[in-house]
Design a binder for this molecule. Sequence first.
Ligand SMILES: [Fe+2]
Length: 211
Amino acid sequence: MTNESRYAPFFRLLPGIPHMQEGHTPYFPLLVRRLLQWAQEKELLGGMTKDEIDLAASLSVYHDIGKSMLRPTLLYKQRLSPQEYDEIKLHTAWGEFLMDLAIPELRGTTIHRFACEICRYHHERWDGGGYPDGLRSWEIPGYVQVIGLADAYDALVAPRSYKRPLSHQMASNMIVRGDCGAFCAPLLMAFAEHAPVIQSEVYENFPAAQE
Ligand SMILES: [Fe+2]
């Protein structure tokens, strides 16, 4: 993010908006930023500007803001019933609602659209197997697909109260294998090509789990 960004006025609002970092590493925003750059190189982002990439990366930390509306015990449970999983899924729509509530004066702007799309669509998947709307293919904005992949990967390598962190190798294998849902092939290719860099540079100072 640069201070010269045309979105600078919005960034001044950000510290006032709580976000949910629980279950993520501190490297998540950097992973998003790098993945967006690689996706841009593969022309998967429909000509997003550098400012827009910065904006999307900055907003990505709010993707789970809707979890603040869920029963806290749900977030730490190891095994969820189908009904509880349906409750968890609601965090996407809650997130969109909360973002709209936080920045109503920005309705109609790119900032407002990105903030709401990130919250609502980050669990949508390429084959329509995601939620909440079952969007498929390019119905899901390219930059949100990137954030969805980063979310899945970072969650795997991060320690969570109900699971042990996985190694980068195991996390990469799971993403590529489709264990975290389907992603578009060129995006997966960009991810796989850069997997060693993700481990050595993005998570350079992170005490990652070993094999
Ligand atoms: Fe989420």
